[in-house]
Design a protein around this ligand. Structure first.
Ligand code: CP
Length: 353
């Protein structure tokens, strides 16, 4: 039975474990809001991967392109991105276009009535009057969740997709990362049993947090958290993994970890969250993937990065067949098409095409 936030107050709801919130993000057993990685199970992830590959195949011909564009013609989406974005914004826009959805955008609160004192909640509720889907990137942790909770209580709720919320979650990035891992290891035993190094600013990186939550759905995963001591993975995630009996090791020496793993997931320092420039004190060059590491990286291992990068991966490495970060960016578009199609229950039509 789905729950729609009626009869529960925000404080009580907010304190629930992620897995307990899952039913508040569904309608009639189907996905409705996309807020946090903990809402997804293995069956959902397998389905996303299978359907994304099917959609990629369909889009290769003109007939398929027209079919995809007919699926959600007449629907409208609001892209509310009030934190900078290149990939997520553009791939959501492209995904909407592929499905025939028209997009509006707000990327700067100075152009909205928030400047006149309107609350953020009222602003997003206003969007819901005009569109069928709201995709939002916001600097506040938990904002997308609060809006989903709020919209569950109104008579015309629309789905909310969290496209990045503060330091906390970026669930659609994690879904595209899973799809990239799935494709990379399709002929090498799948994602189960893989050893994965997450590197860099793990404390404030929302992509790695969301990815850890998704990867606990796979058997035999082992994590290596490679980070400066000040920016190691948060205690909440480590406690979660202990409870889930998912093994992890912490290290601050990337060179020693590279030969041991199937995937190295690099991240940039998230210094936009510095309070007083504290990141400047950290020698982040220790967490760069150096060209010499290519020699010790196993031949079937992959290098990932959510991008944007700074100097964590030299451009020269892009030509190595194990560099997957540009494929990740492209996969993001297909995964977002898939997700939107599932929200509007068009997956059956796609499967039957
Ligand atoms: N990976 C990612 O979220 O990139 P953007 O910030 O460019 O959207």
């Amino acid at each position: 039975m789905d729950k729609v936030s009626k009869g529960i107050d925000w404080e009580t709801f907010h304190k629930l474990r992620g897995s307990k919130k899952r039913t508040y993000f569904t309608r009639d057993g189907n996905i409705f809001h996309v807020i946090m990685s903990q809402q997804f199970d293995r069956a959902f992830l397998d389905d996303i991967c299978e359907l994304a590959t099917k959609i990629r195949g369909i889009s290769k011909g003109n007939k398929g392109v027209a079919f995809l564009q007919s699926l959600l013609q007449g629907k409208r989406a609001m892209l509310y991105f009030v934190q900078p974005s290149t990939r997520t914004f553009l791939s959501f826009m492209a995904a909407c276009q592929i499905l025939g959805i028209q997009c509006s955008e707000v990327r700067d609160t100075t152009t909205s009535s928030e400047m006149k004192g309107e609350s953020q909640e009222d602003t997003v509720r206003t969007f819901s009057s005009y569109v069928d889907l709201i995709v939002m990137r916001h600097p506040q942790t938990g904002f997308a969740e609060r809006i989903a909770f709020l919209l569950n209580q109104i008579s015309r709720p629309v789905p909310i997709i969290n496209a990045g919320s503060g330091k906390d979650q970026h669930p659609t990035q994690a879904l595209l990362d899973i799809y990239t891992l799935h494709r990379s290891f399709e002929n090498y035993g799948g994602i189960d049993g893989k050893k994965i190094a997450l590197v860099g600013d793990l404390l404030r990186g929302r992509t790695v947090r969301s990815l850890v939550y998704l990867l606990r759905n796979y058997e035999g995963i082992r994590f290596y958290f490679v980070a400066p001591p000040e920016l190691q993975m948060g205690d909440d995630l480590k406690e979660y993994l202990r409870k889930q009996k998912v093994p992890f090791e912490e290290s601050d020496t990337l060179e020693e970890v590279v030969p041991l793993v199937d995937a190295v997931y690099m991240t940039r320092i998230q210094d936009e969250y510095d309070e007083q420039g504290e990141s400047k004190e950290i020698d982040y060059t220790k967490y760069y993937f150096k060209e010499k590491y290519l020699k010790v990286l196993p031949p079937n291992a992959i290098i990932m990065h959510p991008l944007p990068r700074r100097d964590e991966i030299p451009v020269k490495i892009d030509a190595d067949k194990r560099a997957m970060y540009w494929r990740q960016a492209r996969n993001g578009m297909w995964v977002r098409v898939t997700l939107i199609a599932k929200i509007f229950q068009k997956d059956k039509d796609i499967r039957e095409y």
